[in-house]
Ligand binder design. Structure first.
Ligand code: COA
Length: 169
């Protein structure tokens, strides 16, 4: 008797959508960021800066109704340059390495361009962020201790990131 292969049911995975963050996303973002970074999470200096700054924009990635990625931009100045501070960025562990992190970073860069800013600042891993054009920013002075090798700048205009980094409203 010939065996009959069971029909394979295609599992439908909803497409991932990147949307502007809304107030209703906050709880899911907190949970995602906690899972990604753990309770000891961020360098204190970056967190203090975010606490003092206004949220300029945020992007949330959804698979169906499930929030699987997030990134935020905070209003700052670097010396005389109007800028945004990027972070935290997190993608749910099971959704990583598919390019979603890159899509979220690119959404931030496009947003900063739309806003007419000098550039985007962050504290992060150079091997990850250099692929988007972020370069070392040795003369951007954050308001607290930080590993200066991780301070990076994505230039949008020809302004150099020199001087104190301050939260802006
Ligand atoms: C960083 C993060 C957002 C990337 O999300 P993602 O959807 O996997 O990103 P992408 O698919 O665009 O890129 C994945 C690639 O980046 C690499 N990568 C991820 N984090 C990295 C890091 N900190 N340093 C260097 N490379 C890194 C991965 O190894 C992978 O490499 P591959 O393309 O050779 O396989 C995700 O790994 C995450 O949430 N990490 C925990 C939170 C965190 O550390 N955030 C800040 C990073 S400084």
């Amino acid at each position: 008797m010939n065996a009959v292969a069971a029909p394979v049911l295609a599992e439908t995975v909803p497409p991932v959508r990147i949307l502007r963050e809304t107030a209703g996303d906050a709880r899911a973002i907190d949970a995602l960021v906690l899972a990604a970074f753990g309770p000891g999470r961020f360098a204190k200096t970056a967190e203090r800066l975010r606490e003092a700054a206004a949220l300029a924009a945020g992007f949330s990635a959804f698979e169906g109704e499930r929030l699987i990625g997030s990134v935020r931009l905070w209003s700052i100045t670097v010396g005389a340059a109007r800028s945004v501070f990027l972070g935290p960025i997190a993608v749910e562990a099971s959704s990583r390495r598919g390019g979603l992190g890159a899509d979220l970073v690119r959404a931030c860069i496009e947003e900063a361009r739309r806003m007419g800013l000098g550039g985007v600042l962050l504290v992060g891993d150079p091997p990850y962020f250099s692929r988007f054009g972020f370069v070392s920013a040795p003369e951007a002075i954050l308001p607290g201790p930080v590993d200066q090798r991780r301070v990076m700048w994505l230039p949008i205009s020809d302004v150099f990131p020199v001087g104190p980094v301050r939260a802006a409203g």
